[in-house]
Design a binder for this molecule. Structure first.
Ligand code: NAD
Length: 482
């Protein structure tokens, strides 16, 4: 089997103690690659490499055009190696290869291009003061950024963290999820090829608690923690990061509401609602896993929605016709299928779906579940949706907001006044009206409540990845403050 090491200080290396682990292809259920299994000592090595590259290397002081050109080169290399990167994530977690080519790889490349340009263009503000002084703002790199990533969009989410960190002159230690390690090593190799100096982007593999992940979050040499993962993990990281007052940004779990009003274009609503819950086999923080449908169209919508769920092709993620792969791991399959077993106690009826072959769960539609049922309240992170009818706009808003999460919500209506009214009342970081997962990288991305702390994207990433400094200048004998 191929071996993928840590990438530390520009070298691909095994762990200090030589430990390795296998990464398992969830479709074949066989190991397919061997990975260096890091420990806290490897995490310390990674932080030391990033620290040294920040304190004495060229990257933080490089001109923005030069840094940007290198990141553009990395974006080009990501596209040139699309197949290798697609294979890595497909084999690690079962995402269809065709989706990697169509979505994840292009998005990773555009993350690098966008943040390279953003950092070059959004450099500073100058604020003239009535007193005749003026203030200008310097966005100075924060230092060493620890990026801890989940397994559901490995390449896409890792590049979403690394790109702004690098663009603003930081050095990075990336810890990919233990289920999806391979694309991170491939990306770090490409970064070196693009000309990113050794030590600027380091990758260390291993587990979270009492291992690599925890060592990164407790290190006094880390200046920022950007974490995407479960809300409970966010709480654990927040507790330990507080000891060093290390700033963090958390993108956490979700239980997205998807509200369909009777005046919506039903064809479009069915199609978007299908994508909102079944994309990536439902392993999406943004999944529209609570679907609320206004009563006059409830029966028709449910019938069409079930038909659209049944039409999805589940299978080998390497085959071009496959739309849904298996779940990412055996552990995750047990978690998701375990939720289906709770219906017996909590209430609800499965209209279609259930456990499929191997570690797959078929697109599953549940009706008549009480709003207290676990399948309705908890993040399942699989292709499982509850559908609940409602009568009034007020009721829809109350149902949608009845959750500790608040990452995103969708609403479908052809009434423009209702669209704005309801969007304003939904408690969520993003509201999509008549669409889903449409992103502009300048927009804030993040969640309220248990869905996260902080926002990333555009200027929001800049605020987090830099130490903004105010320089106040006296202008002698100033005539006016313009
Ligand atoms: P997870 O929290 O189990 O793991 C995420 C990462 O954290 C992994 O790399 C893991 O090794 C590491 N980790 C675990 N415990 C740690 C600790 N104590 N200290 C430091 N690191 C630790 O999450 P997951 O199962 O990989 O991902 C699924 C979750 O991620 C879901 O809840 C999903 O909603 C969320 N998610 C959120 C977003 C978002 O943008 N809000 C995007 C994708 C996924």
């Amino acid at each position: 089997m191929n071996f993928f090491g840590h990438v530390l200080g520009g070298d691909e290396v095994p762990s200090i103690d030589g430990e390795r682990f296998d990464t398992v292809n969830p479709w074949t259920r066989e190991p397919w690659a061997e990975i260096a299994l890091g420990s806290a000592a490897d995490a310390e090595r990674a932080v030391a490499a990033a620290r040294s590259a920040f304190d004495s290397g060229p990257w933080p002081h490089m001109g923005r055009a030069e840094r940007g050109a290198i990141l553009h080169r990395l974006a080009d290399l990501v596209e040139d190696h699309a197949d290798e990167l697609a294979n890595a994530d497909t084999r690690d977690m079962g995402k269809p290869h065709s989706v990697m080519h169509a979505k994840d790889v292009p998005r990773a490349a555009s993350n690098f291009r966008f943040f390279a340009d953003h950092a070059r263009l959004r450099t500073s503000e100058s604020l003239p003061m009535d007193s005749g002084h003026h203030v200008y703002v310097r966005y100075e790199p924060a230092g060493v950024v620890a990026a801890i990533a989940p397994w559901n969009f490995p390449l896409m989410l890792e590049s979403w963290k690394i790109a702004p960190a690098l663009a603003w002159g930081n050095t990075v230690v990336l810890k990919p999820a233990e289920d999806t390690p391979v694309s991170a090593t491939v990306l770090a190799r490409l970064a070196l090829e693009a000309g990113i100096p050794p030590g600027v982007l380091n990758v260390v593999h291993g587990y979270g608690p009492e291992s690599v992940g925890e060592a990164l979050t407790t290190s006094q040499n880390v200046d920022r923690i950007t974490f995407t993962g479960e809300s409970t993990t966010g709480r654990a990281i927040g507790r330990v990061a507080a000891a060093n007052l290390t700033p963090y940004s958390f993108e956490l779990g979700g239980k997205g509401a998807n509200v369909v009003f009777a005046d919506a274009d039903l064809n479009a609503a069915v199609s978007w609602s299908n994508r909102a819950i079944f994309t990536n086999s439902g392993q999406v923080c943004l999944a529209g896993s609570r679907l609320f449908v206004q009563r006059p169209v409830y029966d028709e919508f449910v019938a069409r929605f079930v038909a659209s769920a049944d039409a999805l092709t589940i299978g080998d993620p390497l085959q071009p016709e496959t739309q849904l792969g298996p779940l990412a791991s055996e552990t995750h399959f047990r978690k998701v299928s375990g939720y289906l077993d709770t219906i017996g106690d909590d209430g609800g009826k499965i209209l279609t779906g259930g456990v499929g072959d191997g570690w797959s769960v078929r697109p599953t539609v549940i009706v008549d579940a009480p709003t207290t049922a676990r399948v309705h309240c908890e993040e399942i992170f699989g292709p499982v949706v509850t559908v609940t009818p409602f009568d009034t706009e007020d009721e829809a808003v109350a149902l949608a907001n009845d959750t500790r999460y608040g990452l995103n919500a969708m609403l479908f209506t052809d009434d423009v006044h209702r669209a704005h009214r309801v969007a304003a009342r939904l408690r969520a970081g993003t509201v999509w009206v008549n669409c889903f997962f449409v992103r502009d990288l300048r927009a804030p991305f993040g969640g309220v409540g248990d869905s996260g702390i902080g926002r990333e994207g555009g200027d929001y990433s800049r605020e987090f990845m830099t130490e903004p400094k105010a320089v106040v200048m006296e202008i002698r004998d100033a005539i006016d403050p313009a």
